[in-house]
Write a protein that binds this ligand. Structure first.
Ligand SMILES: [Zn+2]
Ligand SMILES: [Zn+2]
Length: 111
């Protein structure tokens, strides 16, 4: 899988006994649709459920879109609880978190 943020190849890493895809270049994290265990362990469910489109919330769409290389389309920037921003692909329903976004949650700590 290629990173939605920088198009590098992602690697599988284990975080708190679950496997997720992580970009070694930019530190972004991708969660596939159905990785509900990962979402739960990382404490992301309340963030994801509260997500609203960034453009609608702030009037300022972010300058660079993450891109889903599997679907070959731009992902949709959303902002969830705690002002955490993430990107969602409406094709395959993958979620992409930039490095700083997960660090802000306190759920992901670098090895
Ligand atoms: Zn990357
Ligand atoms: Zn996709």
């Amino acid at each position: 899988m290629k990173c939605p943020g920088c198009a590098n190849d992602m690697v599988q890493v284990e975080v708190q006994s679950i496997e997720i895809d992580r970009c070694p270049a930019c530190g972004g994290i991708v969660l596939d649709k159905g990785e509900t265990d990962a979402i739960e362990v990382l404490g992301l469910s309340h963030v994801i459920e509260g997500g609203v489109a960034v453009g609608a919330a702030s009037g300022e769409p972010r300058t660079t879109s993450a891109r889903c290389h599997a679907c070959d389309r731009d992902m949709i920037a959303l902002r969830g609880a705690g002002d955490i921003e993430y990107d969602w692909c409406d094709g395959c329903e993958r979620l992409f978190f930039d490095r700083g976004e997960l660090t802000a949650l306190g759920a992901f700590v670098d090895a």
